[in-house]
Design a protein around this ligand. Structure first.
Ligand code: PGA
Length: 256
């Protein structure tokens, strides 16, 4: 399986800044066959960047999309409109769950809509700080995983990527709340167990599971070598070109 390095730019970079960053990134990247490099810019930048990108080197992801293909949904962008521009879409990121109030039912419909439009969903799941403190991590993970995958058939499962992002570990790149690899390993093995129970061993083992939450060049190696982890989802550090390239290099070394 490939190793994934996905950069989530969140609400950063205007179209011009995104284009300059992408230009520099493409210039410094060789062709990495075994590392799938993906960036998720703002929706506005997807169209121009899709013309600029070299798809042999890297891919684009949307940060979100709407679950209906068209209709009276003011302000939304559908996966049918994103089709052709992106290969992947983040769905159910914790900022969408907790700031924008998306629930598992909506996320389930978004995962189905992405697949229907030939876009691979990166389904983000993770427990909050208080769920962790009250020993509810396993329940939260099970609910979000099975909720998000509710409309995914056995055949489609391998097109879905799971990103485990403990909410308490996000945006803490200074290391204040860095997640211990041992703790992550336990949750990743739970995710794989639930996938196996639900879809069977053969289908479950084709699913890539990523880790995200304050990933930096300093800790990427430790996360990428956790058994069952196939990549990283990087927020803050992906905005700094040198750091993102360093993380890609680490992924390449781990894969080799
Ligand atoms: P972070 O963000 O790397 O800045 O913690 C990760 C994410 O939210 O996807």
């Amino acid at each position: 399986m490939k190793t994934y390095v996905v950069g989530n730019w969140k609400l950063n970079f205007n179209v011009g800044e995104a284009s300059i960053y992408l230009h520099k990134l493409l210039k410094s990247l060789p062709n990495y066959r075994d590392v799938e490099i993906v960036v998720a810019p703002s929706t506005l930048a997807l169209q121009p960047l899709s013309l600029q990108i070299d798809r042999h080197k890297m891919k684009l992801a949307a940060q979100n999309g709407f679950y209906r293909d068209y209709g009276a949904f003011t302000g939304e962008v559908s996966f049918s409109q994103l089709k052709g521009l992106v290969d992947y879409a983040l769905i159910g990121h914790s900022e969408r769950r907790y700031v924008l109030k998306e629930d598992d039912k909506m996320i389930q419909k978004k995962v189905a809509a992405a697949l229907r439009n030939k876009i691979k969903p990166i389904l983000c799941i993770g427990e909050t700080e208080s769920e962790r403190a009250f020993g509810e991590t396993a329940d939260a993970i099970r609910d979000q995983l099975l909720g998000g995958l509710g409309e995914v058939s056995d055949d489609d499962l391998e097109k879905v990527i799971i990103a485990y992002e403990p909410v308490w570990a996000i945006s803490s790149t200074k290391g204040a709340k860095m997640a211990a690899p041992d703790e992550i390993a336990g949750v990743v093995s739970l995710i794989r167990k639930i996938l196996t129970e639900t879809y069977g061993k053969e289908s479950a083992k084709k699913v890539a599971v990523l880790f995200g939450g304050s990933v930096t060049p300093a800790n990427a190696g430790a996360y990428l070598t956790i058994p069952g982890v196939n990549g990283v989802l990087v927020g803050g550090a992906s905005l700094i070109l040198r750091e993102f390239i360093d993380i890609i290099d680490i992924a390449k070394r781990v894969q080799a």
